[in-house]
Design a protein around this ligand. Structure first.
Ligand code: PHE
Length: 339
């Protein structure tokens, strides 16, 4: 191999060289910069080559020297940085550098706000398991066997016979509470729920709800409305208007969906409320007497109302979050957002 070719190859090698350890750096120095390495060899060669080649070789030698020296400095600095990055601080009780900013997850934050609002009305917090049986998730809630919600499309089954599943809503906590507590009952039940749905910007296989249940003597639709109207004003602001649309849930009769006046356009119409001026935020209704009976509560003596709020939806509306998947991606920028 002639010296020209050798120089060309060496330049390529210098360019590509990576050092992951101190030893690589040492090897680089020996191979290119030392007396025994390429620079030494080319310096010696200058004396031997024909006179007309000397200037050209001298130039090539200088290029190799500068390039190799530059690369050496670069690799050395890189290794140093790497080393410091993983170095444990001498005093581990010192606060971390403020380049990492932490904040409460928007779901935790929204859940906390909702719970605090209902606590002011003397609601207590109840909890239930995320892995449920058919009775609590469906049957006791008056959801008949052939109801589409039982379809494999919507429910994640862990076991088919007897059915064990991931709860599809927080309503089973209503049943668990009524089975173990006598009225008066006034609870909210926040938690995670699961549905076998296609993940998109608007729907996810996991999300959160807050269930509410009030059972007592003479609990009426007026109590339902007063409670939820007050909640909407507390959560979205005093000017918030509400409206109730008749709906259907197997476990409430009558059933409603509650809308609030659009928080973004003040009810004037925008693309978030699809130019209706209203946003649907929860399902609710008077507890169906059959459900009370399933829990051994006498429907002639007691009545109640229940509601279920979708947390992601509320958080999206309140904080202007456009994609439900953001809540579960653990994206650092999203998580450090101070909302
Ligand atoms: N469980 C219902 C749902 O997930 C919401 C709901 C709860 C409706 C309580 C009425 C009463 O859609």
């Amino acid at each position: 191999m002639g010296w020209r070719e050798e120089v060309e190859r060496a330049l390529e090698e210098i360019e590509k060289f990576v050092a992951s350890h101190e030893e690589d750096l040492q090897r680089f120095k020996e191979q290119f910069l030392s007396k025994e390495g390429l620079v030494g060899k080319l310096s010696r060669l200058i004396r031997e080559v024909a006179r007309e080649e000397k200037a050209e070789l001298g130039k090539a030698l200088n290029t190799i020297k500068t390039k190799a020296q530059e690369k050496y400095e670069f690799l050395k600095q890189k290794l140093e940085e790497e080393k410091n990055r993983f170095k444990c601080p001498e005093d581990t009780t010192l606060p971390s550098s403020d380049t990492l900013k932490f904040s409460t997850h928007p779901i935790t934050k929204t859940l906390g706000e909702i719970v605090n609002i209902f606590k002011k009305l003397n609601f207590t917090v109840a909890e239930g398991p995320e892995i449920e049986d058919d009775w609590h998730n469906f049957t006791a809630l008056n959801i008949p066997e052939d109801h589409p919600a039982r379809d494999m499309q919507d429910t994640f089954y862990i076991q088919i016979n007897p059915p064990i599943l991931l709860r599809t809503h927080t309503s089973p906590v209503q049943i668990r509470t009524m089975e173990t507590h006598k009225p008066p009952i006034r609870i909210i039940a926040p938690g995670r729920v699961y549905r076998n749905e296609t993940v998109s910007a608007r729907s996810h296989v996991q999300f959160h709800q807050v269930e509410g249940l009030v059972v007592g003597s003479n609990v009426s639709i007026i109590d339902l409305k007063a409670t939820l109207d007050w909640f909407a004003k507390q959560f979205f602001g005093p000017g918030t208007k509400t409206r109730y649309r008749v709906s259907f849930f197997p476990f409430t009769e009558p059933s409603f969906e509650m809308d609030v006046s659009c928080t973004l356009c003040d009810g004037k119409g925008c693309n978030v409320c699809k130019y209706t001026g209203w946003l649907e935020i929860l399902g609710c209704g008077m507890v169906d007497p059959a459900v009370l009976e399933n829990c051994n509560i006498d429907p002639d003596q007691y009545s109640g109302f229940a509601f279920g709020i979708g947390i992601e939806r509320l958080a999206m509306l309140k904080y202007g979050i456009k994609d439900i998947r953001l809540f579960f991606w653990n994206d650092f920028v999203f998580l450090s957002m101070d909302i």
